[in-house]
Design a binder for this molecule. Structure first.
Ligand SMILES: *Cc1c(COP(=O)(O)O)cnc(C)c1O
Length: 387
């Protein structure tokens, strides 16, 4: 039954326990508050987890993406290909470097960027590809890397949704040239705000580290001169994008629970999938067979031919029933700012069509089985209610 008195179930929520809190308190009592030993430790833990040589932590995931664009040498006049079905940050980071986002439409089955469409968009100016693991489903990296090698492009994977996901036996984060994870509270693990880039490339690692702190280095092997022990050089224009030790201590404590969180997310997804399997009004999310999603979001597609209610009203009824549904995403090119830049409605029909039909249901580790049942029952009731 749809019950307006049911407690509110948000679409996503962090899980913080006493251990996490203690880890932050310990840093507050230590000598370092900003970038110090806790950031080093967190970077090592993330690098170990994904199976990569280097990780560089940032103040947030967007700053991390911007830094990756800098490290990839993306600048004015360059083009970078990404998906329209993503959060605005995946494309904004390209604009920050004065380059041009070029969208390639999604594959209507996987909802991820279509590798064939990437190929169609490549020009002499194309410098990089930013694929996004939408909802946690890994993009088909083999195909994307093959294209990147053929045209000498850098692959910056926006894996904000996909820490813990795997693609063909490897963890996401160990495959692309650079991979970004976000630690915003709705993502798998949190640092409050935070992000990280993982890479196996030492040059990229050094550029990322220096960009994060004003373009300054103290590394003797990189200095052009050396006036003494106090000496540092600002060698290019960087930013203050550093993560604090306070954030990193929380992240390091959280990552110990990541596998448990993902397991719980997968259980909830199984429960949802079963719950909706016997109805055609709701189409369950795609499951990548070349890999394993880490399930950041559970996005259902409404079958508009079978429903007597449109998406907007479906959404409103779920909200009235205290279910914190959302829509991921409004395609980036439809945003007013992008429209002013000249991107046109109608240019990416699969993304636009998907946008009209999707609703994101609540999914986070602390959801109870009863919460999940309540969401399933409510969705079913709204879908079949005679009108
Ligand atoms: C969350 C998110 C980002 C940005 O991460 P922040 O840490 O919030 O800056 C980028 N891309 C996608 C797809 C995201 O979901």
């Amino acid at each position: 039954m749809t019950d307006s008195k049911h407690h509110f179930i948000p679409y996503g929520r962090q899980s913080i326990d006493d251990e996490d809190i203690q880890a932050v308190v310990d840093v507050l009592k230590s000598d370092y508050l900003t970038t110090g030993p806790a950031v080093d430790n967190f970077e090592k833990k993330v690098a170990n987890y994904v199976g990569v040589k280097y990780a560089v932590a940032f103040s947030n995931g967007t700053a991390a993406l911007h830094s990756a664009c800098f490290a990839a040498d993306i600048g004015v006049g360059d083009e970078v290909i990404t998906t329209p079905m993503t959060f605005v940050a995946s494309a904004n980071c390209i604009l920050y470097q004065g380059a041009k986002p070029v969208f390639a439409d999604i594959d209507p089955q996987t909802y991820n960027i279509d590798p064939n469409k990437i190929k169609e968009k490549i020009t002499d100016r194309t410098k990089a590809i930013i694929p996004v693991d939408f909802t946690g489903q890994p993009v088909k990296l083999d195909e994307i890397i093959k294209i990147a090698e053929e045209f000498n492009l850098v692959v910056i994977e926006d894996a904000a949704h996909a820490i813990g996901a795997t693609y063909k036996e490897s963890r996401v984060g160990s495959i692309a040239d650079m991979t970004m994870f976000s630690f915003h509270p709705v993502k798998h693990i949190t640092t409050g705000e935070g992000g990280i880039i993982t890479t196996n490339n030492k040059d990229l690692y050094e550029k990322l580290t220096q960009f994060r702190t004003h373009g300054i280095t103290r590394d003797k092997s990189l200095l052009k001169e050396n006036h003494g022990p106090w000496y540092y050089e600002m060698q290019f224009l960087g930013y203050n994008y550093r993560m604090t030790d306070i954030q990193a201590a929380l992240g390091a404590s959280q990552i110990d629970k990541l596998d448990k969180f993902i397991e719980r997310r997968r259980n909830i997804v199984d429960q949802y999938n079963k719950g909706f399997s016997n109805m055609n009004e709701v189409i369950n999310p795609y499951q990548e067979t070349d890999g394993n999603s880490s399930w950041h979001l559970y996005v259902i597609k409404l079958n508009k031919d079978l429903l007597s209610i449109d998406r907007k009203h479906f959404f409103e009824e779920l909200r009235q029933a205290s279910i914190g549904v959302n829509v991921h995403y409004i395609p980036v090119h439809l945003q007013p700012y992008y429209q002013e830049l000249g991107y046109k409605k109608g240019d990416y029909p699969y993304a636009e069509e998907l946008y009209e039909q999707i609703i994101t249901l609540p999914l986070f580790p602390a959801m109870t089985d009863e919460d999940v049942e309540y969401v399933i029952d409510t969705v079913k009731n709204i879908a079949i209610k005679p009108r």
